[in-house]
Ligand binder design. Sequence first.
Ligand code: SF4
Ligand code: SF4
Ligand code: FES
Length: 287
Amino acid sequence: MTADPTAGIVQLTLDGRPVVVPSGSTVLDAARTLGIDVPVLCHAPDQAPVGVCRVCMVEVKGARALAAACVRGVEAGMEVQTSTDRVLRARRTVYEMLLADHPSPCLRQRTTQDCELETLATRAGVVTPRFAPPLLPRPVDDSSPIIRVELDACILCDRCIRGCSDTRNNFVIGRIGKGETTRIAFDDDAPMGRSTCVGCGECMVSCPTGALTNKRAVEAGRSADGHLQRGRVRLHRLLHPERRSRGLHRRAARSRAEPERPGAHGRAPVPSEADVLDPEREHDRGT
Ligand code: SF4
Ligand code: SF4
Ligand code: FES
């Protein structure tokens, strides 16, 4: 019997260009294979896609609704358009809705000019949203010695939650509330500085906006370069070993309770003390 040469691959077209990708790929994977730039916000490298922000919407021929490219799986013969008028209009509306609920410029934008939402919105020509801001301001949590939490800037993309739980296995952050009152919270809604946070900084480097920022980098007015941020966080962990050991105990307990539970991309190794002392030893994933 001859093996089917097309097994395990899918052929489709994006913007009229044919592409072949492994089955199980997403439309976003296919777009990136062709070098087509589809904007993303809730999607992050090394994190499982969740499809909550909708800025990656694309048009699939024959489908009634626009599809989120980061979670839409490819299908044989699929015809996808990534930048039709309908797609660009829908994305602009999403930017407007997110910006209406986000101070602009946010702390990150003011400090390092790299708020991902504001960058994408500006690129799409959205500056002032048509929608009214929320009636209820969200609180600032300044209780952590290293991370400033400004929930007004949070767009509920869940990248911090996945970073904390799936990447670091710390399980400190979750969502709380309902509808307009939905927000992220630490443990059972404790201030971050009094939660079981171990100060690894994963949530901060995962955050696309000024909702979670490095206090010292902001205060120093310096670049929020990843190495600088992570190095400072490691220093904090050395200065506060009780936080680190609390996190290690929790992770060890979870490992015993659910040894086979993989994160989105496998269980991240718990860094050794040597990793903490030498930042170059620890794998740098980037964001
Ligand atoms: S600093 Fe680390 S442990 Fe603390 S909330 Fe962020 S990801 Fe979780
Ligand atoms: S704090 Fe940042 S990473 Fe977390 S949900 Fe809000 S915007 Fe996303
Ligand atoms: S990046 Fe696809 S839904 Fe957010």
